[in-house]
Design a protein around this ligand. Sequence first.
Ligand code: 26Q
Length: 825
Amino acid sequence: MMMSEKEMMLENTVSAYENSLLNHCRYSMGEEWQQLSKRDLFQTAALAVRDRLIDRLIETEERYRQSDAKRLYYLSMEFLMGRTLGNSLINLNAYDACKDALMKLGVDLEEVREIEPDAALGNGGLGRLAACFLDSLATLDMPGFGYGINYEYGLFKQLIKNGYQKEEPDHWLAYGTPWQIRRPDETLRIHVYGRIETPKSKDFEYGHLWVDTKEILGVPYDMPIVGYGGRTVNCLRLYSARSSQEFDMEIFNNGDYVKAVEQKMTSETISKVLYPSDSVKSGRELRLKQEYFLVACAVRDIVRRYERDHKNALSKFASKVAIQLNDTHPALAIAELMRVLIDDKDLPWEEAWEITHDTFAYTNHTLLAEALEKWPVSLLELVVPRHLQIIKEINRRFLEQVARVFPDDPERLKRMTIITEDGESQVRMAHLSIVGSHSVNGVSELHSELVKKSLVPDFHELTPEKFNNKTNGVTQRRWLLKANPALAELITETIGDRWITELEELHMLEPYAEAGQFQQEFRSIKRDNKLRLAKVILDTNDVVVDPDSIFDVHIKRIHEYKRQSLNCMRIIHEYLSLVEDNQQPVAPRTYIFAGKAAPGYWAAKQIIKMINNVAQIINNDPRANEFMKVVFIPDYKVSLAEKIIPAADISEQVSTAGMEASGTGNMKFAMNGALTMGTLDGANIEICEEVGEENIFIFGLKAAEIEKMKREKSYNPWEYYYHDGRIKRVMDALNSKSFCTDENERFVWFYEAVLNAGDTYFLLADLASYIEAQERAGAAYLQTDDWTGKAILNVARTGKFSSDRTILEYAKEIWNIKRYMRNGH
Ligand code: 26Q
């Protein structure tokens, strides 16, 4: 008799795990249990978990196939997954079973978990958002799949040497990863370079014209993504680039063996390394090839799967496939789908365009001009000549349409064109993305308004129906349940466990905000988390910090607009007030920073040095020590964030208003009971609306005020400098040797950038307001019960910021995908 699916599926009991562990120890690792190293133990535990994921992956795929489900494909150059072991065990509801099984075998699961390297296949917010979305899609039993690149090197490891950032490669795949299933059968052949043969006719309804190309192989690796409850396992498909022949036979036969091997290596560089910049565009050929490689693999894989399930009916493509572009990085997918439909499937332009436009949707994550992607036409001509041709035709038809709606308006055409003509001709990827998509969204209310009103007003005027908002969210499974198990347990004991999949349930905590018993337990959990972090800080920084001080935390990518320097200036102000004016802060604080700077971003690296110098001076000054400590924890990453966030009292979210698209760290902190110190920017505004003005510290200029000062050129930082002695003292200190650890260091550059170069980020304009808000926060912390009440209300009122809510909005309003529950669930 056939075994039922249930009998086949591996169980999540202690004895079943014990069995699996011992089996993998012997038959996968080829070892005896006592012989396993720490890393072997991780590998063995991961393999036991992986078996269970695969069972459910197969079942899930069959469920979607039988329902002929519409599928969502999330195309992203970045997936910042972090560690998987703990998360998968929690979502499988097998954490305790595995922990107990290991314990019986004399091993501590917590220790094994710490061995796992982070999968740091992303820079920051955009990459982590993609990872949270995958968790929510699986938890909601929705057919949503990620497509990305299997970078051999993730985001660089950060070392701090003499206060400066140094980068080291992150060879995360050095020992392989148990979380990937290689699928060599589904390898794809991708073409780059080459040339276009003279077309036979002027339109695009002709056959293959792209010739003499170089071929690269795209080998897929699937990472199973398990949703909470373990019913659904979706997957993230990552492609590695391989050379198409072991050796290029022609070169080989000509006798140049070394050159042949060299060529092979060159094609494999495409998936070698993640670009470490989260703003300034690189304009490099390799990055373009990476973007194209992702897009070519994903589009072909999607079309192939569609055709496998739907015989010869491409006209229905958009009713079964939705593709979301995570920023413009995969925007070439629009041209690639057009190319496949026209060149390979022989569809006429109009039909291909309708399918393409109905399939794609685009998310914008930035308003910063320098972060908007533009590629030189000459580079596209070299790497993807056929796509350039298609983009030119898209643009020609688009401008024709604009000219029909707005006749005699050549300026408008210049503003809207996809291909710029002035100076070096370039393709604006945001314009291509907007034109080729049926939906364009920003990532917070304010940001989505600014996309319409400031970034692309002409496009909004032409097609207002495309534009919408999807406020970001984060997965509470990783950022509360996993990162803060003690708080999660207290919440569950108090209101039940439905919050794990329906975060709005947290509202039920509100009545407990002022309850003595609950407050006490809440405080004791926060203190334990602070103690745990203090141990990490002792290990990494060799600094002793006081768990009873305020933990004031500023962690995120280092960027001028994020204004770590504003925090630094205020710390200097507090320090000088203490040592020069004998003004003591009302409560002792520990200032905690972490974050990476793009290796080529000079100012950001200088800011790291500035923080470290300030830390060194303050931490070594006995007059300051009982009141303040400053630490910069090196090598910020997902697994470190999971340790820092639950320990925070204050969350620093101080970007120049109008510049942070959303922020997602802000949500993670509030969810863990930290109070936000923030400007009215990005999602801070919505956090303020949710938690209430009395439970957050808001300061600084508003986006509209900044915008006005910029427009009228009315901002003069010198006025603030001369008008406010506190500001002058801080600036003068930075211009002197006070915070220098050796000769020739001084932060003159900073003084110059702020006072003589116009203070682009409005530091001086916001400093006084920031100092005052921080003083309010310090005083509020002393009212222990009040503060705890506010912290609890922050937790209770962050229900909106679950990525489950975000995904449900995307699913309903953009993707039109549904939930497919397993029978009996
Ligand atoms: C582009 C071209 C070449 C090389 C690199 C890049 C590149 C890579 C990453 C450009 C930008 C990024 C990442 C941007 C990012 O993380 N943006 C953040 O997205 C979050 C999720 O929506 C928001 O919460 C943040 O506000 C936003 O800064």
